[in-house]
Ligand binder design. Sequence first.
Ligand SMILES: *[C@@H]1O[C@H](CO)[C@@H](O)[C@H](O)[C@H]1NC(C)=O
Ligand SMILES: *[C@@H]1O[C@H](CO)[C@@H](O)[C@H](O)[C@H]1NC(C)=O
Ligand SMILES: *[C@@H]1O[C@H](CO)[C@@H](O)[C@H](O)[C@H]1NC(C)=O
Ligand SMILES: *[C@@H]1O[C@H](CO)[C@@H](O)[C@H](O)[C@H]1NC(C)=O
Ligand SMILES: *[C@@H]1O[C@H](CO)[C@@H](O)[C@H](O)[C@H]1NC(C)=O
Ligand SMILES: *[C@@H]1O[C@H](CO)[C@@H](O)[C@H](O)[C@H]1NC(C)=O
Ligand SMILES: *[C@@H]1O[C@H](CO)[C@@H](O)[C@H](O)[C@H]1NC(C)=O
Ligand SMILES: *[C@@H]1O[C@H](CO)[C@@H](O)[C@H](O)[C@H]1NC(C)=O
Ligand SMILES: *[C@@H]1O[C@H](CO)[C@@H](O)[C@H](O)[C@H]1NC(C)=O
Length: 458
Amino acid sequence: MGFSDTNTNMRVQSRWCFTSGILLGLTLIIAFAFSPTGAYDPLDPNGNITIKWDIMSWTPDGYLAVVTINNFQQYRHIQSPGWTLGWTWAKKEVIWSMVGAQTTEQGDCSKYKGNIPHCCNKNPTVVDLLPGTPYNQQIANCCKGGVIASWAQDPVNAVSAFQVSVGNAGTTNTTVRLPKNFTLKAPGPGYTCGPAKKVRASKFLTTDGRRVTQALMTWNITCTYSQFLAQKTPSCCVSLTSFYNDTIVPCPACTCGCQNNITQPGTCVESDSPVLPSLLNTSPKNLAPLIQCTPHMCPIKIHWHVKLNYKEYWRVKVTITNFNYRMNYTQWNIVVQHPNFDNVTQLFSFNYKPLTPYGKINDTAMLWGVKYYNDMLMQAGEMGNVQSELLFQKDKQTFTFKQGWGFPRRVYFNGDDCVLPPPDAYPWLPNGSPSPRVGKVFLLIVSLVVSACLLAFL
Ligand SMILES: *[C@@H]1O[C@H](CO)[C@@H](O)[C@H](O)[C@H]1NC(C)=O
Ligand SMILES: *[C@@H]1O[C@H](CO)[C@@H](O)[C@H](O)[C@H]1NC(C)=O
Ligand SMILES: *[C@@H]1O[C@H](CO)[C@@H](O)[C@H](O)[C@H]1NC(C)=O
Ligand SMILES: *[C@@H]1O[C@H](CO)[C@@H](O)[C@H](O)[C@H]1NC(C)=O
Ligand SMILES: *[C@@H]1O[C@H](CO)[C@@H](O)[C@H](O)[C@H]1NC(C)=O
Ligand SMILES: *[C@@H]1O[C@H](CO)[C@@H](O)[C@H](O)[C@H]1NC(C)=O
Ligand SMILES: *[C@@H]1O[C@H](CO)[C@@H](O)[C@H](O)[C@H]1NC(C)=O
Ligand SMILES: *[C@@H]1O[C@H](CO)[C@@H](O)[C@H](O)[C@H]1NC(C)=O
Ligand SMILES: *[C@@H]1O[C@H](CO)[C@@H](O)[C@H](O)[C@H]1NC(C)=O
C-alpha cells in the first residue's frame, strides 16, 4: 500500500463527491423551482394578468385613457366579488370622470369649485360596475362586477376594461407621468404587479373592420400570482379510493386547519347544527368562509376513485365537494396531472382541455363544468358537489395499477395547489408493495453521499 495509491483514491473520491454534490444541488434547485408556493407556476409558466393603459386623446389638462385588464392565466379566474385595482399617481393628478368603473372613495376635492372631480386621492382604488349598469355608463368589456374568466376556459370573457379621464396631468407624451405601485386584488391578496412600462402603441380595429386606429401612448403592467401570498394554508385536498382495495385514503388530517373547539370555538359548523340556518341568513350577507366540520377542514375536497378495469381501458370517477356554506364557486375548474392524459378517450359532463406548457409532455388536463349544467359548484349541503367519469386508453408500456400509478400526481382547484395524501398511504394492489416514500429515499441518498464524502476526507 503506497502513498500514491491513497492519493489517487482521494482524487477519485473527491471527484465523485464533487459530481454528486452538483447533481444534488441541481435536484434541489429543480425541486424548489417547481415548488407551487413560489410565484412561478410550473403548469402555467407564462400565466399573468396584464393591465394595459392606452392614452386615447389629450385633454386641456390631461388625457383620456382606456384601461384594459387581460387575464392570460390558463386556469386562474377572478370570481365574485371581483377585482380591485389601485395605483399611486406620480404627480397631483385627479380623476375627472370614469366610465365602466368607479373609485371606492372620492377623497378630498375641497380645492375644486364648480366642476368637482370623481376622485382626488393620491392612491385611487377602482372597482368594476355591476351588471345592469345603464348603457350610457358602459364601455366594451366593463360592468361584470369585476369577474374575469380564465384564458383556457373562456378567452372572450378573460378581459375587463374601463375609461378614465385624468386631469392635472401632462398633456404630451413627454410631460405625462406613469402612475406607480399598481396593486391588483382578486379581491384578496396574491398578485404582485411590476412597474408600468411604455410599449408599442395599441391598435384597434373599428367595428366595421375597415379601419385601424391607434392609441397615442400605451403602458403595460404585468401582475403575477403567488399562492403563498394569497393564503398561508392550503384550500383544498385530495382523497383516494380504488376498486382493488377497500381502503379509503382520506385527505390528510388538518390539511387546511384543525378543528379546535377549545382555542377557536366556531371555526367550523356541524352539518346538523341547529344554528346553521341562522349563520347563513345574516343581514348584511357575511362572506367569511363557514366550513363544515371535517378532519381536513378544507373548503374543497377532490375525490379520485379508480373505478373499473377493462382490457383496453380503465375508468376513473372524480368528485369535487364544497364544504363552504358561504360560497358558490362559479366557473370553477380543476387541473390534474396524470401520465395517462395523453390517452384520455372520453369525459362525461365536464369540459376538457389539455395543457401542454412544455410542448410534447401531454400529462396535464384542465377540467371545468358545462355551462348552465354544472358550471356552478354550489355551497356546502346536499347540492354542493359535481362529478365526472374519465375513460383512459391503456398504454401497454406504462399502464399499471401498482405503486399508486392510477392516482393523480398533482391537482389544482381554481389554480390553487391541493394537498395529496402521502404516496405510501395510497391503496395497494393486493399483495403489492407500497411505493417508497420519495422524501425518505431522497434523505437516504443525501446522507449516504454526505457520509461517504466525510469518510473520504477523514
Ligand atoms: C404574460 O403572459 C403572456 C401570455 O401568456 C406572455 O406572452 C407574456 O410574455 C407574459 N408576460 C410576462 C412579463 O411574463
Ligand atoms: C401589453 O399588453 C397587451 C394585452 O393587455 C398585450 O397584447 C401586449 O402584447 C403587451 N405588450 C407587451 C410589449 O408586453
Ligand atoms: C413623442 O411623440 C413624438 C412624435 O410622435 C415622438 O417622436 C417621440 O418619440 C415621442 N416621445 C416619447 C417619449 O414617447
Ligand atoms: C411604492 O411602493 C414602494 C414599496 O412599497 C415604496 O417604497 C414607494 O415609496 C412607493 N411609491 C409611491 C410613489 O408611493
Ligand atoms: C366540537 O364541538 C362540537 C359540538 O359542540 C362536537 O360535536 C365536536 O365533536 C367537537 N369537536 C372536537 C374536535 O372536539
Ligand atoms: C348559491 O346559489 C343558490 C342558488 O342560486 C342561492 O340560493 C344561494 O344563496 C347562493 N349562496 C351563496 C353563498 O351565494
Ligand atoms: C393530448 O392528448 C389528448 C388526448 O389524447 C389529445 O386530444 C390532445 O390533442 C393532445 N394534445 C397534444 C398537444 O398533444
Ligand atoms: C395511446 O398511447 C399510445 C402509446 O403512447 C399511442 O400510440 C396511441 O396513439 C395513443 N392513443 C390515443 C387515442 O391517443
Ligand atoms: C390496501 O391498501 C392499504 C394501504 O393504503 C394496505 O394497508 C392494505 O393492506 C391494502 N389491502 C389489501 C387487501 O391489499
